[in-house]
Design a protein around this ligand. Structure first.
Ligand code: NAI
Length: 258
């Protein structure tokens, strides 16, 4: 994983100044990079993850670098846990301006070998979670009459992928959710967009076999894996105040499938 060594809050215009952002699954990986980008842009960031250790550690490390963070352990598959997250954030900071539905897992298998448990875990964590968290956060954003929701989908959700029928279905569903929330909430000045990463260097992809990694890389026109910062840059665009864009999917994949 590439980490940005610059201290938070020092290298960019503060275009998210004082905005409150929740990023699910931000204890590590892409979520953490999004948190760092938001902090550099002046936001107050809620680090939220099912993993208590990475959640608290990341919130502390970024705070020590000068960022305003709040660490809240949350399992996005559980409604009670999601409600507690939203309650903790509104208690601390009184508003929610940005939500990034980033938490996700893979349980890869060919359809004929896939168990119901593998199917359900991926649907629950990658899709139903976004329904639960968005619904809870939209209540707050509606009252404010402003908000930004960004869902982390996947190239697999747009094009499909061998061995990922559960993940493809969840991420395609997330794109449908994105477009529908965009329509339902545009009148309240709330936008909803998706970023669909390609092949990104995180712990999620480290578990893949070398020949699979090389096979994918041979098809990436830009010739390298993406970094978490590549995704954070795209998310930052949708989160920014001037983005006159809603219901869209931006593939960030080095040109794969073009
Ligand atoms: P990662 O595995 O490094 O990070 C995912 C984080 O989500 C972890 O910190 C994990 O603890 C957390 N999480 C898992 N289940 C959770 C739950 N029930 N509640 C709350 N948090 C939970 O993965 P990575 O690569 O950073 O992925 C982030 C997002 O990007 C995911 O939605 C993934 O599907 C998506 N993505 C990743 C790609 C890649 O190549 N790495 C490609 C396309 C999409």
């Amino acid at each position: 994983m590439t980490t940005n060594t610059m201290p938070v809050r020092e290298d960019e215009q503060l275009k998210l100044k004082d905005q409150v952002a929740i990023i699910t699954g931000s204890g590590r990986g892409i979520g953490r990079s999004i948190a760092e980008a938001f902090l550099r842009a002046g936001a107050k960031v809620v680090i939220s993850d099912i993993n208590q250790d990475t959640c608290n550690q990341t919130a502390k490390e970024l705070k020590d670098q000068g960022g305003e963070t709040l660490g809240v352990v949350c399992d996005v598959t559980k409604s009670e846990s999601v409600d507690a997250l939203v309650a903790a954030v509104t208690k601390e900071w009184g508003r929610i301006d940005i939500l990034v539905n980033n938490a996700g897992i893979t349980r890869d298998n060919l359809i004929m070998r896939m168990g119901d448990d593998e199917w359900q875990a991926v649907i629950d964590t990658n899709l139903t979670s976004a329904f639960k968290v968005s619904k809870a956060v939209l209540k707050v954003m509606s009252k404010q009459r402003s908000g930004r929701i960004i869902n982390i989908a996947s190239t697999t959700g747009v094009h499909g992928n061998f061995g990922q029928v559960n993940y493809a279905a969840a991420k395609s569903g997330l794109i449908g959710l994105t477009k529908t929330v965009a329509l339902e909430y545009a009148s309240r000045n709330i936008t909803c967009n998706a970023v669909a990463p390609g092949f990104i260097d995180t712990d999620m992809t480290k578990k893949l076999k070398e020949e699979i990694i090389n096979g994918i890389l041979s098809r990436v026109p830009l010739g390298r894996m993406g970094t978490p910062d590549d995704i954070a840059n795209a998310v930052l665009f949708f989160a920014g105040p001037g983005a006159y864009v809603t219901g869209q999917v931006l593939e960030v994949n080095g040109g794969l499938y073009t």
